[in-house]
Write a protein that binds this ligand. Structure first.
Ligand code: PRP
Length: 197
């Protein structure tokens, strides 16, 4: 799908986007691929997979990934966590505060963390330690996007959708000042959008 088609529906956000990084169709295809892989790797899991969505960015991915997994894999349950990293400006520090914790015990469960993006890796690194301390049977990660050039701490991310350039991107859950999350594709904002905010 070309950029013109990816942005053809004329939504309010289209004119703010400089260029598309990943189209809606690419996202849909990749999610089905990831779900197929996860389903194959968990075919023997009896009590289902416990999906842990990290709010808010991963909400779109969680919804689409869970539905795709449901069509081809074991059953799932959904949990939601909200964390906030104490950062300076736009960079996170690795010190994380829990805003919303898990609602249930994950002891002996197969946990799959559903993340929209791994940037520095600091949030995920902290989260993995936190979840592992709660005695699950396993903890793995599926991340739709990863920025290899931004990584500060390596986190074993078993399933990755797309490696993307180290640019500030919005859409499909990713925000700028809480906006653009509803965009069905991922793109880079025009410089003037930052200038007017
Ligand atoms: C984003 C994203 C990841 C984290 C990745 O969340 O959803 O959780 O940053 O960054 P890192 O690898 O550098 O730690 P954010 O804190 O922006 O919150 P949001 O999901 O509510 O937008």
């Amino acid at each position: 799908m070309g950029q013109a088609k990816a942005m053809a529906d004329g939504s309010w956000y289209d004119t703010d986007i400089d260029h598309v990084i990943i189209s809606e169709e690419q996202i849909r295809e990749k999610i089905d691929e990831l779900a197929k892989q996860v389903a194959a790797d968990h075919a023997d899991v009896k009590d289902g997979i416990l999906l842990v969505c990290v709010l808010k960015g991963a909400v779109m991915f969680m919804a689409d990934f869970a539905r795709s997994l449901g069509r081809q894999g074991p059953s799932t349950e959904m949990e939601f966590m909200a964390v906030s990293s104490y950062g300076q400006g736009t960079t996170s520090s690795g010190v994380v505060r829990i805003l919303k914790d898990l609602d249930r015990d994950i002891t002996d469960r197969h946990v799959l963390v559903v993340e929209d993006i791994v940037d520095s890796g600091l949030t995920l690194s902290w989260l993995m330690k936190y979840l592992e301390s709660r005695s699950p049977a396993s903890v793995e990660v599926v991340a739709l996007f990863r920025k290899p050039d931004a990584v500060k701490v390596q986190v074993p991310t078993k399933y990755v959708g797309f490696d993307i350039p180290n640019e500030f991107v919005v859409g499909y859950g990713l925000d700028f000042a809480e906006r653009y999350r509803e965009m069905p594709y991922v793109g880079v904002l025009k410089p003037e959008v930052y200038a007017r905010s």
